[in-house]
Design a protein around this ligand. Structure first.
Ligand SMILES: [Zn+2]
Length: 700
């Protein structure tokens, strides 16, 4: 955009009368640009120019400052709610024709600003597209410059991941063995050794040492590889591969690269790297749709120094070269993140001390933001090995090394050291096999009473005796913990061995569950009762006399046969409690008490003859016997087909017992009912209406 040229064009004043009031816009053409001036109350405040050919645009304000703002933003002056149209920003008729003509719009109703807006949007969209195209091209160029993995690296990872193993895979159809080293097969009879599964053998064709495999027709092993190398003078690269080794006819190793991390030389730590992930459309540094993650694996020993030189990570060079040469597995990408000297030397110590598993576990604990934190298992701020490991007894540290223990074993040793307890190798491996970690043991209720060995013995016995070997140790442990926590809640004496170490865990756990449920039920009932009493007190105050009415109607409405009976509640508390027991709305709503007071309806209870105390149905009945509503448990209708004939019988009985005043109440009630239904119809409340009509049982 030629800004200097546009600046030379004189500011145009709006045409026509009254231009000094409110917002006005003047338009002119100059050198292929449409120039719009925005005026407010007679003052010029803004100039906006748009290139009629390309749609490129810019705005200039009173201070002469240019911004690349589109028309809408410029005229709205930062207020995103302002609508920019011709009504709010008027132009003279002549100028809008000029503008529309310049914009090549030939329908007279078009809005000038709308048309400019779409021209500008098109321009910025194309510009974005071109920018994105350039970005993608840069990414592709960079990714293309990454070298293919060389033969030596491939062979090295093949050796590491496969353990250089070859197999004699049995084919039972012709009793022959496939040698994965030479790819040929030989008859069982030509093998010199006795071919037992997992046993050693030698290929009679190529002389390679083999392992006999009689169960599977192929074998597979997965591993991961990290490769650090120089990419160019500006950057090193760290690459992550998934490695698959297949033994079928031959042994074949396959690599799939998933992440590339550019390590920038001479950069500050905050922009020291950027990540590219393998995605649907190839490599990109935007997003990670397959959710690739760095995982512990091998590090290729060549190229590390060249790759890390000049980056913020170069202090890792020596340690990484050592670990790579030793074939140590680690999450190398996470290790790189923490470049503190104390952490690097801790890792170096672990590597040189051959704490392989511990090192692998520790590397995976490094946090991408905070590095290896003080909350983790090791204290890397210390120099002395005992302080780093948080273990005073050197023997335990040696044991950790000898057994190549990971973090879990470290935590067992730390626990034993702190508590002054011993823990045997057999016990430790039992916990390892069963997936019960030290953290889980430490935080358990069982650990308050039982040593690791006692707990192991107890769980083993329960697995065999209570569960007949059908449950895993971990699941039995969970049941045990559940039992202990319930027993504690139930106020049992937790120091009593009969309680904390029951002989029959399964049975005792079941009993505890039942007892616990009973308590919960009792507590709920107590609270319901309390609530019912309070509600009833409130109702009594508000609707005095309702209870007296219930007393007078009792002889007329109580009724029963051999299956069911109808009773009339004695008090408010009866009604509220019934509503709570059946979890329906009668009793929660004051409307019902009001109706009782008006003799509009009464509340009665329907009970089964064999369970006269147990709430079954609540009935709202009119003085004449018409039933407005019947409500069972949770507003449902259990056994309604049996109940209905009984209700018909009851209605007949009520008719017989009615007196003169009852007929009058019944007549008024029917009127009110009709008003009620009419109102629902008017409000179009079909849901309630339908429910009421379904319940309604008029006297026939
Ligand atoms: Zn062979």
């Amino acid at each position: 955009m030629k800004r200097k040229q546009i600046e030379k064009v004189a500011v145009k004043r709006p045409e026509g009368k009254g231009w000094k009031k409110g917002k006005r816009v003047a338009a002119q053409l100059s050198g292929g640009y449409l120039i719009l001036e925005l005026w407010n109350d007679g003052t010029w405040i803004y100039r906006h120019a748009v290139d009629l050919e390309t749609g490129e645009y810019a705005s200039c304000d009173m201070t002469g400052l240019w911004t690349q703002e589109n028309l809408n933003n410029a005229f709205a002056c930062g207020n995103c709610w302002t609508i920019v149209d011709e009504e709010r920003f008027p132009l003279s008729q002549k100028e809008r024709e000029l503008a529309l003509d310049a914009l090549k719009v030939n329908w007279p109703d078009a809005d000038v600003y709308e048309r400019i807006g779409s021209l500008e949007r098109e321009y910025s969209r194309e510009r974005r597209d071109r920018k994105e195209d350039r970005r993608v091209q840069r990414v592709n160029d960079l990714m293309d410059s990454v070298p293919d993995i060389d033969r030596a690296a491939l062979e090295w990872i093949d050796d590491q991941a496969s353990g250089s193993l070859h197999y004699a895979i049995w084919d039972k159809t012709d009793d022959a063995y496939q040698c994965t080293a030479c790819g040929r097969s030989f008859a069982a009879s030509s093998a010199k050794a006795k071919m037992t599964h997992k046993g050693d053998a030698t290929c009679p064709l190529c002389g390679q040492a083999l392992i006999v495999e009689k169960r599977r027709s192929s074998l597979q092993k997965k591993a991961r590889l990290t490769l650090i190398q120089k990419l160019d003078d500006k950057r090193g690269i760290e690459r992550h591969f998934d490695v698959t080794v297949d033994w079928e006819i031959f042994r074949v190793v396959k690599l799939k690269e998933t992440i590339r991390c550019m390590l920038h030389r001479g950069a500050w730590s905050r922009d020291a790297f950027d990540l590219y992930y393998l995605q649907h459309g190839g490599w990109d540094n935007k997003g990670n749709s397959f959710n690739h993650r760095w995982k512990p694996g091998y590090l290729y020993p060549q190229g590390i120094q060249e790759g890390l030189a000049g980056t913020v990570y170069q202090d890792w060079t020596d340690v990484f070269e050592y670990m790579a040469a030793m074939g140590m597995k680690a999450n190398y990408n996470r290790l790189l993140v923490d470049t503190r000297k104390s952490f690097i030397s801790t890792v170096e110590y672990l590597a040189k001390g051959r704490f392989r598993q511990l090192l692998e576990d520790i590397s995976d604990e490094v946090d991408y933001i905070h590095g290896y934190g003080g909350w983790n298992a090791l204290d890397t701020s210390k120099k002395d090995i005992c302080a780093v490991m948080r273990i005073r007894d050197m023997q335990k540290i040696n044991r950790l090394r000898q057994e190549d223990g990971g973090i879990d074993m470290l935590e067992w040793m730390q626990w034993a050291d702190k508590e002054g307890k011993r823990i045997g190798s057999d016990v430790l491996s039992w916990y390892g096999r069963n997936g019960i970690t030290n953290a889980k043991y430490r935080s358990s209720r069982a650990s308050r009473r039982l040593s690791p060995e006692q707990l192991m013995n107890y769980l083993n016995r329960q697995m065999a005796e209570s569960y007949g070997g059908k449950r895993k140790a971990k699941a039995v442990f969970e049941t045990y913990e559940d039992y202990l926590s319930m027993s504690e809640r139930l106020g049992k004496d937790m120091s009593d061995a009969m309680v904390y170490r029951p002989r029959e865990l399964k049975r005792r756990h079941g009993e505890a569950v039942e007892e616990n449920n009973r308590r919960i039920e009792a507590e709920r009932a107590r609270m319901d009762k309390e609530q019912a009493r309070k509600d009833a007190e409130r109702m009594e105050e508000k609707y005095p006399g309702s209870e007296a009415i219930l007393a007078t109607i009792r002889p007329k409405y109580e009724y029963g046969n051999e299956r069911f009976r109808i009773t009339v509640p004695h008090s408010f508390i009866d009604i509220v409690s019934e509503g709570m027991a059946l979890h329906h709305c009668v009793g929660n709503t004051e409307r019902y008490f009001d109706r009782i007071l008006q003799h509009e309806t009464y509340i009665c209870f329907l009970r089964r003859a064999e369970e006269p105390e147990k709430p079954y149905y609540t009935i709202e009945v009119e003085p004449g016997g018409t039933i407005r509503q019947h409500r069972g448990m949770l507003d449902e209708e259990p056994g309604i087909e049996e109940v209905k004939p009984f209700l018909r019988e009851w209605q007949k009985e009520i008719r017989k017992r009615m007196r003169e005043e009852d007929h009058e109440h019944a007549r008024l009630s029917a009127v009110k009912r009709e008003e009620n239904l009419e109102e629902l119809r008017r409000k179009n409340n079909t849901r309630v209406l339908e429910a009421l009509m379904e319940d309604l049982m008029e006297v026939v």
